[in-house]
Write a protein that binds this ligand. Structure first.
Ligand SMILES: Cc1cc2nc3c(=O)[nH]c(=O)nc-3n(C[C@H](O)[C@H](O)[C@H](O)COP(=O)(O)OP(=O)(O)OC[C@H]3O[C@@H](n4cnc5c(N)ncnc54)[C@H](O)[C@@H]3O)c2cc1C
Ligand SMILES: *[C@@H]1O[C@H](CO)[C@@H](O)[C@H](O)[C@H]1NC(C)=O
Ligand SMILES: *[C@@H]1O[C@H](CO)[C@@H](O)[C@H](O)[C@H]1NC(C)=O
Ligand SMILES: *[C@@H]1O[C@H](CO)[C@@H](O)[C@H](O)[C@H]1NC(C)=O
Ligand SMILES: *[C@@H]1O[C@H](CO)[C@@H](O)[C@H](O)[C@H]1NC(C)=O
Length: 484
């Protein structure tokens, strides 16, 4: 158990046989056995970062809840691989958190110790060796480096611009009309304000967002807002055991013990009215009927995920407009690359040396002997699942072999193997510049409460766990709790 991982997804479990035809789409409780009917204040779809946080917060506020999670585990993008050789936990998903009240309170409530990120680094550990290589040729790239002073001056200026949009630190609350600065391609924005020195840090902190230079500026700002800029100087938090899944294992036990969690389960049919929600859910122990006063949806709101929810035309219209990228993580063995070497993929021929996506972002040390992380990203587009996993894997292997071939003096020619691989698509659901200009974020937020349904998660806030928790706590749950 310990040697394996918690990231085994029960994605394709077939529940069909447990469905008796009489239950198919029957939402009338009179036709159900009482033990298969679950009545709660709030039904929460998705047990990842936002869903888990919201479930516990509502529970603590005295509300009855049920979480419906598709996979056999909670945690979403938080994934921890336990290296069997060393028993070392490797966070291959979420790593860092902001030192803000909602985060401190949450970890305290969960009984998981947090520390300043980096504060427990082993002073005797061998130094990391960073290299900038073009993954398509393996050759070293001479990346234009800004001095520390230039970088901090640029961030200072960027923070002053952010001050003009204080509500952006709470969510996608854009001024109306949307200022041109917010929708212009970020590459033009940094040029206009002469802050190109922020780019490299932003690129490295916030991958999986598509092309940083062509995407609208507000998509950088939603994650790189005041809170993150602040954390760059005050520092981040992480869990003391470097095992960020602990929160979710604890949440799982707590919620299971109060019959508040259905794992490996999926909503298949829904009825939503202004005062009641009925969900027909497939579970490993047969179909259940959930009756709740409110529904909180925390999964990526892309059409393939939402068809069981009987969407209103306006919901369908708004969610179909969302773009997203693909972001893929893995742990490799037999890379032939020394444990302490970190390789970042840069291009010699693009304006800021950023790689042309889709591409590998980096091959980096895990801290466990013989293992490296490898991260890969796609461009933004309409496709919910932009790339096939087999394609991503073969591209990762190709990149490593290209580095090996280019540096036979440093790297061994060996066959890399996937110890772990995870697709995080759809990642970073967002509107294109034109839709943002037309006020789509206002329309998106306007969906809150319609037919007793509320929404949280990265598409509504940002790909940042701390910000998703704060948004859920301070923006979404207060609305949901009204009249409950
Ligand atoms: C590699 C990686 C590293 C990251 N690092 C950090 C970091 O260091 N710090 C940070 O703050 N953030 C980080 N993030 C971002 C962070 O993970 C997200 O902001 C956060 O997970 C978003 O929460 P969420 O609830 O929207 O989605 P998720 O956490 O993905 O949760 C969604 C949940 O819904 C479930 N689900 C999907 N479809 C259905 C369905 N139909 N029915 C039921 N359940 C369903 C999924 O299985 C999942 O459990 C990282 C993300 C990735 C991918
Ligand atoms: C987090 O912030 C609090 C309050 O500002 C501070 O007391 C604490 O030392 C910080 N913790 C870490 C680990 O940085
Ligand atoms: C990591 O956390 C999980 C969940 O709490 C736990 O089961 C596991 O033993 C932990 N492993 C290590 C090595 O800390
Ligand atoms: C490369 O091969 C040599 C000789 O087999 C071995 O000693 C060394 O550990 C290998 N290094 C890596 C990084 O695989
Ligand atoms: C999304 O699809 C529409 C039409 O289907 C197309 O016009 C648009 O260019 C696509 N956008 C992206 C970013 O692929």
């Amino acid at each position: 158990m310990r040697s394996s991982l918690y990231l085994i997804a029960a994605l394709s479990v077939c529940f069909a046989p447990v469905f008796s035809t009489s239950h198919k789409y029957d939402l009338d409780p009179k036709n159900w056995k009482p033990e298969d009917v679950i009545t709660r204040d709030v039904a929460i779809v998705g047990g990842g970062s936002s869903g888990t946080y919201s479930a516990l917060s509502l529970k603590d506020k005295g509300k009855s809840i049920i979480v419906i999670e598709k996979k056999a585990r909670m945690g979403g993008h938080t994934e921890t691989y336990i290296d069997p050789a060393t028993d070392k936990p490797l966070d291959m998903g979420v790593i860092i958190f902001h030192n803000i009240t909602v985060v401190r309170n949450y970890f305290k409530r969960m009984g998981v110790e947090i520390i300043a990120f980096g504060s427990d680094a082993d002073p005797n550990a061998p130094a990391e060796k960073a290299a900038n290589y073009d993954a398509t040729t393996g050759k070293e790239v001479n990346v234009k480096i800004f001095s520390e002073d230039e970088v901090s001056a640029a961030f200072k200026k960027y923070a002053e611009i952010l001050d003009k949009y204080p509500k952006l630190d709470d969510g996608m609350f854009l001024p109306d009309p949307v200022p041109e600065d917010l929708v212009m391609p970020f590459g033009e924005f940094v040029k206009k304000h002469d802050i190109e020195a922020v780019l490299d840090t932003m690129f490295n902190y916030n991958p999986g967002l598509g092309d940083i230079l062509t995407g609208p500026t507000v998509e950088q700002m939603r994650v790189f807002g005041k809170t993150l800029v602040n954390s760059l100087s005050t520092g981040f938090l992480t869990t003391k055991h470097h095992n960020n899944s602990e929160v979710y294992t604890k949440a799982t036990s707590e919620l299971l013990s109060t019959n508040s969690l259905l794992l490996s389960s999926e909503v298949v049919h829904t009825s939503r009215t202004d005062n009641e929600v009925k969900l027909l859910v497939r579970t490993p122990t047969g179909p259940k009927l959930i009756l709740s006063k409110k529904l909180l949806i925390s999964i990526p709101p892309k059409p393939p995920n939402l068809h069981p929810f009987s969407l209103l035309p306006t919901e369908t219209r708004i969610f179909s407009t969302l773009l997203n990228a693909g972001y893929y993580t893995s742990i490799l063995s037999h890379t032939g690359i020394p444990d302490t070497t970190r390789i970042i993929n840069y291009s010699p021929s693009t304006p800021h040396n950023f790689p042309v996506l889709p591409a590998i972002y980096s091959v980096s040390p895990t801290g466990a002997p013989g293992l490296h992380f490898a991260y890969y990203g796609s461009l933004l587009g309409n496709e919910t699942y932009p790339l096939e996993d087999e394609f991503v894997k073969s591209e990762i292997i190709k990149a490593v072999k290209t580095m090996q071939a280019a540096h036979p003096d440093m790297f061994n020619a060996s066959e890399p193997e996937f110890v772990e691989y995870s697709s995080h698509a759809p990642f970073y659901a967002q509107f294109g510049a034109e839709d943002t200009r037309r006020g789509m974020y206002g329309e998106l937020y306007g969906l809150q409460g319609l037919r007793s349904t509320f929404w949280t998660g990265a598409a509504f806030r940002a790909q940042d766990s701390s910000l998703c928790w704060r948004f859920s706590e301070e923006v979404v749950l207060p609305m949901l709790l009204e009249g409950l």
